[in-house]
Design a binder for this molecule. Structure first.
Ligand SMILES: NC(=O)c1ccc[n+]([C@@H]2O[C@H](COP(=O)([O-])OP(=O)(O)OC[C@H]3O[C@@H](n4cnc5c(N)ncnc54)[C@H](OP(=O)(O)O)[C@@H]3O)[C@@H](O)[C@H]2O)c1
Length: 304
């Protein structure tokens, strides 16, 4: 089965870099008719459009790539963006509400303005974006292919201890927007518009780089897949959720995190008791994983 989005019109907020650009790239590569991206900075939008046009030239020469600079954290910016898309398209098949921001500060130093900024973009902005594109999404949805809304949530919206560095507003925003998405899936599903939620773990991007520098190694060690997310991890899920093969999936939350939302990988063995220790020769009881206990004979600094 070869998945595709042939002939589809796609819109991606925050498409100028990071995961949003990955989403745009996979749709351009796999048959989209037009791909619209937005972010606040005109120059960044222009550079990403040039990059995506290069991808289109190689994989999908008839694909139209358009960049519109806009701030989607407020009604005015969202409306301006949606109007410009509506002036060029009579329907939108795929909307990826991806633009997001984060802020980390200790509890007693966490500014109200930062909390507001994060909530405005990550929750209110997502709601306003879906609201503004609803008429175009409704025109695209049919019984054979429901139009698609993908909301970029986060593992932090599922697993409270995934929060680090005092990202209070961010964690709350991701839990909130994922709940919002489920409510919209119920309301819009009967109108042939599917709403699904992606919950990435850690992917190296501008947003996550600061945190990764601090806790990246620990995160990789604890992750059941022992690595960070890669571009292809996000791309394959996005392509599936935009292709007609996923038409019956609505209201789903898809963690893309190597299994980190379930828990940490078992630590490598830990000594829980020393039975005998003579000079540097030791017999110990070690736990390798829950329920997996071994007795080991070892010389200090060396195991057998
Ligand atoms: N990277 C991760 O590990 C990770 C994990 C879980 C979830 N996520 C989520 O994935 C999404 C993308 O994150 P990322 O890591 O790719 O972040 P990123 O590299 O910082 O990219 C964010 C994008 O959103 C745009 N943006 C920011 N504020 C905007 C606004 N007010 N209006 C319009 N566009 C705006 C940015 O461009 P401008 O600055 O030019 O506006 C940029 O294109 C976010 O929702 C994030 O919460 C990321």
């Amino acid at each position: 089965m070869k998945l595709n989005v042939n002939g589809k019109v796609a819109v991606i907020t925050g498409g100028s870099r990071g995961l949003g650009l990955n989403c745009a790239e996979v749709l351009v590569k796999n048959g989209a008719k037009s791909v619209y991206i937005t972010s606040r900075k005109q120059q960044a939008v222009n550079e990403s459009v040039e990059f995506l046009k290069g991808v289109a030239k190689q994989y999908n020469p008839s694909c139209k790539v358009v960049g519109i600079a806009s701030d989607v954290s407020n009604g005015e910016g969202v409306k301006k963006f949606a109007q410009q898309v509506a002036s060029q398209e009579d329907k939108v098949d795929i909307l990826i509400a991806n633009a997001g921001a984060s802020w980390g500060a200790p509890l007693m130093k966490h500014p109200e303005s930062a909390f507001d900024k994060v909530m405005d973009l990550n929750v209110k902005g997502v709601f306003l974006t879906i609201q503004a594109f609803y008429p175009l999404l409704k025109k695209a949805g049919t019984v054979d292919y429901s139009s698609r809304v993908l909301i970029m949530g986060s593992i932090t919206g599922i697993k409270p201890d995934a929060m680090d560095g005092g990202t209070y507003g961010y964690t709350a925003s991701k839990a909130g927007v994922m709940h919002l998405g489920k409510c919209l899936a119920l309301e819009l599903g009967p109108q042939n518009i599917n709403v699904n939620l992606l919950a990435p773990g850690f992917f190296p991007t501008k947003m996550s780089n600061g945190l990764l520098e601090k806790i990246g190694d620990t995160f990789v060690q604890n992750n059941p897949k022992k690595r960070l997310g890669r571009q292809e991890d996000i791309e394959s899920v996005v392509l599936f959720f935009c292709a007609k093969e996923s038409d019956y999936i609505n209201g789903a939350v898809i963690p893309i995190d190597g299994g980190a939302h379930v828990g940490d990988a078992p630590k490598s063995s830990k000594t829980v008791a020393i039975i005998l220790s003579i000079n540097d020769l030791v017999i110990s009881v070690d736990v390798c994983s829950p329920g997996n206990v071994v007795v080991r004979l070892w010389r200090r600094g060396r195991h057998w």
